[in-house]
Design a protein around this ligand. Structure first.
Ligand SMILES: NC(=O)c1ccc[n+]([C@@H]2O[C@H](COP(=O)([O-])OP(=O)(O)OC[C@H]3O[C@@H](n4cnc5c(N)ncnc54)[C@H](OP(=O)(O)O)[C@@H]3O)[C@@H](O)[C@H]2O)c1
Length: 259
């Protein structure tokens, strides 16, 4: 069961989702890629195939239950039943709550929280029937350490962690695992979507509250490898429930830097 798996990745058009898809391709796995930007998805699908995997790209808006059902049905028909679901699609508004528009707050919750609920709900019955499957949630350290300018995002990611834990209990003994990957600062398009003219004030506020001590970040490929390594742990060996991934542990530059 550990090899030759079929993996469905939401938000596979860039960043961590794209890197996870390519990493799965390197193992020769079948990968269903879902996101809204189809041209970007096609380019990632090509990389998956070049890496040695089989790719299937299909439009997906995780905030739309109809789109979720269409994606899951098309991907299952093309690649076979889903062995690993990577709930990765996410967005971050980065605004003070009183400045945000209602639609922006709603979108943060819909994409980061409801989207994962919808896709999991669609694919879980098949996993339970087959008594096998890994449901991965790409969470954020903003859930454990919430910060200003991320009100809706942090609340949604905290909700995601709660849901991952509930799923762990609801599926106990079924062969299905619920795995939360809690991610720290990562280089992707995520940061570039934040209001660039306010980056300094946002980072200063995070520093003020002690949640952002340095500018360390890791490449999306590092997170992707952590995800793939985690789902390759054999089911009968152990059950990784929460894995927090942070930028490189080797560098202790502060020791050499003046205070
Ligand atoms: N980068 C970080 O520092 C960081 C830290 C902690 C956690 N994370 C989490 O990591 C995950 C991936 O983010 P990233 O850093 O790789 O950022 P990214 O490069 O911006 O990727 C986000 C992905 O989500 C997709 N997406 C957004 N809205 C969607 C929707 N409604 N339906 C389907 N797909 C949607 C985007 O595709 P389309 O726009 O094409 O739909 C894109 O593929 C997110 O869940 C994020 O919260 C990131």
């Amino acid at each position: 069961m550990a090899e030759g798996r079929s993996v469905f990745v939401t938000g596979a058009s860039s960043g961590i989702g794209a890197a996870t898809a390519v990493e799965c391709g390197r193992l020769g796995w079948r990968v269903a890629l879902g996101a809204r930007r189809m041209e970007r998805l096609a380019a990632v699908a090509k990389q998956v195939e070049e890496a040695g995997g089989r790719a299937f790209a299909h439009a997906l808006d995780v905030a739309d239950p109809g789109s979720v059902d269409a994606f899951c049905a098309a991907a299952s028909a093309e690649l076979g039943p889903c062995d690993v679901l990577v709930n990765n699609a996410g967005q971050n508004l980065a605004a003070l709550v009183h400045e945000a528009r209602v639609e922006e707050l709603r979108a943060d919750v819909e994409v980061n929280l409801l989207g994962a609920l919808y896709v999991t709900r669609a694919l879980l019955p098949g996993m339970l029937e087959r008594r096998a499957g890994d449901v991965v949630f790409v969470g954020s350290d903003s859930a454990a350490r919430p910060r200003p300018y991320q009100g809706a995002y942090a609340a949604a990611k905290a909700g995601l962690e709660a849901f991952a834990r509930v799923l762990e209990m609801e599926t106990e003994g079924t062969g299905v695992r619920s795995i939360l990957i809690r991610v720290g600062p990562t280089g992707s398009e995520f940061g570039t979507r934040m209001p660039q003219d306010r980056i300094h004030e946002i980072l200063a506020s995070w520093k003020y509250w002690g949640v952002y001590r340095n500018l360390h970040w890791m490449p999306a490929e590092s997170v992707a490898r952590a995800i793939v390594r985690t789902v390759r742990i054999p089911v009968d060996e152990s059950y990784p429930t929460v894995v927090e991934v942070q930028p490189g542990g080797r560098s202790r530059r502060h020791r050499d830097e003046p205070a």
